[in-house]
Design a protein around this ligand. Structure first.
Ligand code: CA
Length: 229
């Protein structure tokens, strides 16, 4: 999941970025409303976390402008003031939810999971399954058969990306765009490295290999033996 975080206070954006990255989100930070609009014009984010109080162009204007450009990405507004007017203005501007500062990272994560579930292209269930492999989006537990598998946050994110669309071949770029932010993603070899790790942890000990390489196209995950290569 790739998140655009829009917050001008560096202390807060650094704190939130770290909290999200620990859970495997890829995070790009914009420090002004203008920057946020520039980012959103070139990258399709899965979620946007948008502070209301920003220099120059404020969060409400950014939100309205994104919606008027048909950007449908779920938006969570951050507001410093616990005022009804502020919240109503945010929702009126096209935000999907809001969170009053200060907030716990835990609550932010819960809100983002709820928004991702509500977004049309994301399956409603929090447990994804391919064959005997299950991945719990909420608890970050991955189990094959009855064996729990320890994954790093990025390994988990790559696997989640594949498991959300079983059998579909995802290119390295598509995987990278959902898992890494701009600073790291220009080297798509990084995807190969993580897939290699996943194979070692998930597939090595089993006869039925779930992760498939489609030459020249990318990777897919499937328990269907006919598709095995
Ligand atoms: Ca701010």
């Amino acid at each position: 999941m790739r998140v655009l975080l829009v917050e001008d206070e560096h202390r807060i954006s650094a704190y939130v970025k770290r909290g999200l990255e620990e859970q495997g989100y890829a995070v790009d930070v914009a420090y002004t409303g203008r920057e946020a609009l520039d980012w959103a014009a070139v990258v399709e984010f899965d979620l946007i976390v948008l502070d209301v109080l920003l220099p120059q162009v404020n969060g409400l204007t950014v939100c309205r402008e994104l919606r008027s450009k048909n950007v449908r990405t779920p938006i969570l507004m951050l507001t410093a003031r616990d005022s009804v007017d502020d919240r109503v203005a945010g929702l009126d501007a096209g935000a999907d939810d809001y969170l009053v500062k200060p907030f716990a990272i835990k609550e932010l994560l819960a809100r983002l999971r709820a928004l991702a579930r509500r977004a049309g292209d994301v399956p409603k269930m929090t447990v994804l399954q391919v064959g005997d492999l299950t991945l719990d989006v909420r608890t970050h537990r991955v189990v094959r058969g009855d064996k729990p598998i320890e994954l790093s946050p990025k390994e988990f994110a790559v696997l989640e990306c594949l498991m959300r669309e079983p059998s579909r071949v995802l290119s390295r770029t598509v995987i990278a765009e959902h898992v890494w932010n701009y600073e790291t993603y220009n080297d798509s070899n990084v995807v190969d490295v993580y897939v290699r790790n996943l194979r070692r942890k998930l597939d090595e000990a089993y006869e039925l290999k779930l992760i498939r390489t489609v030459r020249g196209a990318g990777y897919s995950i499937s328990a269907d033996q006919d598709e095995a290569n």
